[in-house]
Design a protein around this ligand. Sequence first.
Ligand SMILES: Nc1nc2c(ncn2[C@@H]2O[C@H](COP(=O)(O)OP(=O)(O)OP(=O)(O)O)[C@@H](O)[C@H]2O)c(=O)[nH]1
Ligand SMILES: [Mg+2]
Length: 282
Amino acid sequence: MGPRAQRLLAGLGGELGRATVVGITGPPGAGKSTLVNALILALRAGNRSVGVIAVDPSSPYSNGAILGDRIRMTAAADDDAVFVRSLAAQGTLGGLTPAAVRIIDALDGAGFDTIILETVGTGQNEIDVAEIADVRIVVAAPGLGDDIQAMKSGLLEIADIVVVNKGDRPGAEATLQQLAGAVTLRVDDTAGGMPVLKTTATTGVGVPALVAAIDTIAHARLAAPAIDRRRRRARYLIARAAADLVAARIKANTQGLAALCDDLLAGRTSATDAAIQIIGRA
Ligand SMILES: Nc1nc2c(ncn2[C@@H]2O[C@H](COP(=O)(O)OP(=O)(O)OP(=O)(O)O)[C@@H](O)[C@H]2O)c(=O)[nH]1
Ligand SMILES: [Mg+2]
């Protein structure tokens, strides 16, 4: 970002932190984009403006996913209160670029009520969503097989709301039961109240209940001062930048690294102690 853009965003500072940022993640093909489209329709029906950032996890050189999202998000066409932007992940460490945070700020400053962030849940992405979003939705669908197992171990950790989409498909109810069971087993789910909802994104069935669940959580989260939520996003940006810098430093340190590698292989040091020798104690 250039200095001019930075000044512009800084000038918006007083107005930022108003929007509800909703993160939507889940396995490829679960119907995230279709669900975002259905959410746009439902939120527009309530006269709320919606900004969408769809993070493309695939090659930064391909526009295929961008086109795909545009086609699926037909609700956005010809409506000034809807803004859809696709973003290539650019192969950064976090998968989700800091650019996403800047677009959130820009949309927030422009007065959008709800900002939806769609990312494919493969690895670091879902954690990034957790860092950035006020409300975190994990989307599953029947017939994704192993992905449900993966969700149980990882994705559900970050969820505020679990959605089983493709509710019109056979097996939707079984997937719902499976995930509802996994959610109640979560140790940290003290309230025992995480919503597990069924939607059919293609027809909009179940979407009003999802909007209601989002609103309930957003209401509680947005009670915190806007600056707190913006600081959390700033912390994420700094952590990502720090990780990039450290990785670059370790890569550049080829001379000393050979000896450290040998020490590690011979059990004379741990990976953590070796890292501390290179970057110092945090
Ligand atoms: N039957 C049925 N099909 C659905 C539903 N929602 C989405 N689909 C279909 O599922 C396919 C994938 O939908 P997308 O919205 O692109 O899924 P996605 O999770 O965004 O996919 P990626 O962004 O590639 O990870 C499309 O063919 C949709 O039409 C649903 O509720 N029921
Ligand atoms: Mg998608």
